[in-house]
Design a protein around this ligand. Structure first.
Ligand code: ATP
Length: 512
């Protein structure tokens, strides 16, 4: 995957403005591990809160838990992760670089797709308003050839990976003459399976230490606590358990910034339902989750569903909500109908019943599950990358503005004294002190006001208030809005109400 110019800007802006730093940067960093800085942590918290409120606070029948990262090792046998949480990897013998075999092939297919897109734009230019894209895609022989080739490659790759025919995955790489992106060499090793879980040890002495894994997903902490929560909370089906927490995967491909990290955060919800109702709940959660994304106003066309054609053996149905990242549409969230696979397997491995007595059906059964699973960091990247905008202003100058959904902005208000004298700083500080109880407010007196505006634009602060000499006389201030740069004079006493109206998460939640 090429890092586009746009993507590079996203990464450098995130660093320059204190959103995201490379982990242990002074030691040259740790690959695919990142730290959130002073502004990143606030944006991340706001995204987390928005998810938690929408999923837990607003649903009587969804509760939250916070399970430990360490879990009994048998958990991962029962979940299938020990045997099947693998990626096919291949090494280049010359460059010594390691790749995911499927990603090499997918990147090759992405190049074919780029060629199709180029043909489309050429034809669109040639035919002008008479251009019909659908017709072009189904009639132009060259484009049809490209499409057929792309489909065949993906089909063969999926089939071989599913059948664990790794020799054929290598054969495909060779037939397509895929070269190492780093060295251009086609000297490949065989394809091997690589388990993505990080291992560690519990206990001090070598003999008695127990092999553990860092959890690769948060979901299993929910499954093993199903009965604890159901009983202690007297929960009736259908009900959900939600959790936000760290997960760890020893990812091979690690060159997409916070899109694919080795330590990341997931926000997952398992919804427990009676068998036979999974279709209806799957559709329900698909719709609900898409609406949640769309409510943030980044543009409905930025999302699409990608239904899985090949399902895991236990799954009824699965789809990804894909987002238009700077490098194209990629998975942001998964919605999976998982049947009774997880609870059923934990029953087997633990030798304990994980069943529910359904008073309406008058029977015991292992509940079915529909899960929604989203990466918090990936969501951060979606919001951050789509909000970062370069604008040319009427006077020809340009500005960088982070048009974050206002409810997610790290700072909601910045307060400036016009000059550092005449009592203006004191008055500005008083405004900060009065509002800081309910809002995140920053004070800035450095540089000219124009530069202070630009600084807040780059951080995504929705409103800036300037205190000037008139403020002392009539207790009014100028409030300036980030996206349209409109300015208005309003009484200081009206600020709180205005901010409540404009920045309220509840108002957004009510629209869900
Ligand atoms: P991918 O196909 O991109 O590797 P996945 O299908 O393995 O993702 P799931 O296991 O379904 O992902 O995990 C659910 C969500 O967790 C994903 O939709 C994504 O948002 C997030 N996620 C998964 N792996 C990572 C990672 N390495 N870094 C950041 N977020 C991740």
């Amino acid at each position: 995957m090429q890092q586009t110019e746009n993507f590079k800007k996203v990464i450098s802006h995130a660093k320059e403005y204190g959103f995201i730093f490379q982990s242990s940067e002074i030691y040259d960093g740790l690959s695919a591990v990142y730290d959130y800085g002073q502004n990143g942590v606030a944006l991340k918290k706001n995204i987390r809160d928005y998810w938690w409120k929408a999923m837990v606070q607003l649903h009587e029948n969804i509760v939250g838990i916070d399970a430990a990262i360490f879990m009994h090792p048998t958990t991962w046998k029962a979940s299938g992760h020990v045997d099947a949480f693998n990626d096919p990897l291949i090494d280049n013998k010359d460059s010594k670089k390691r790749y995911r075999a499927d990603v090499l092939i997918e990147d090759y297919v992405a190049k074919i797709e780029n060629k199709i897109n180029k043909e489309i734009s050429k034809a669109a230019k040639r035919f002008g308003t008479a251009f019909n894209k659908d017709q072009f895609l189904t009639t132009n022989p060259r484009v049809i050839d490209y499409q057929t080739k792309a489909k065949q490659i993906i089909k063969r790759m999926s089939r071989s990976i599913e059948n664990e025919d790794l020799a054929d995955v290598k054969a495909l790489i060779e037939e397509l003459e895929i070269a190492c992106p780093e060295s251009g060499s086609r000297n490949w090793t065989d394809v091997k399976q690589f388990n993505l879980m990080f291992g560690t040890k519990l206990g001090a002495s070598v003999d008695s230490a127990m092999d553990l894994y860092l959890r690769p997903e948060t979901a299993q902490g929910i499954f093993v606590n199903f009965l604890n929560v159901q009983k202690s909370g007297r929960m009736k089906l259908p009900f959900g358990i939600a959790q936000i927490g760290k997960a760890f995967r020893n990812e091979i491909v690690a060159r997409q910034f916070i899109f694919r990290m080795r330590e990341f955060e997931q926000m997952e919800m398992q919804f427990f339902i009676p068998p036979g109702t999974q279709k209806e709940w799957y559709e329900h959660w698909k719709e609900k989750r898409l609406k949640w994304h769309q409510s943030l106003g980044l543009g409905n066309e930025q999302y699409r569903f990608h239904d899985h054609e090949k399902l895991a053996h236990y799954a009824d149905a699965a789809t990804d909500i894909e987002f238009n990242f700077p490098f194209g549409f990629k998975e942001l969230e998964g919605i999976h109908s998982r049947s009774d696979f997880d609870l059923g397997n934990h029953e087997k491995f633990a030798g304990k019943k994980l069943q529910y007595f359904d008073p309406e059906r008058n029977e015991n059964y292992v509940p079915y599950v529909v899960e929604t699973s989203i990466g918090l960091d990936r969501m951060f990247l979606a919001v951050f990358s789509k909000s970062l905008t370069e604008e040319t202003l009427k006077d020809g100058s340009s500005r960088t503005v982070l048009k974050l959904p206002t409810v997610l902005a790290p700072n909601q208000l910045a307060v400036f004294p016009l000059v550092k004298k005449d009592g203006l700083p004191e008055m500005a500080r008083k405004i900060v002190d009065d509002l800081k109880w309910d809002f995140t407010v920053v004070y800035d007196e450095k540089d000219a006001v124009g530069r202070r505006y630009r600084r807040q634009d780059a951080l995504g602060t929705p409103f800036c208030v300037t205190v000037d000499h008139q403020s002392i006389k009539d207790l009014t201030v100028t409030i300036r809005e980030r996206d349209h740069m409109t300015q208005e004079r309003i009484p200081i006493a009206a600020l709180e109400k205005m901010l409540n109206e404009q920045l309220s998460m509840s108002e957004l939640l009510k629209k869900l």
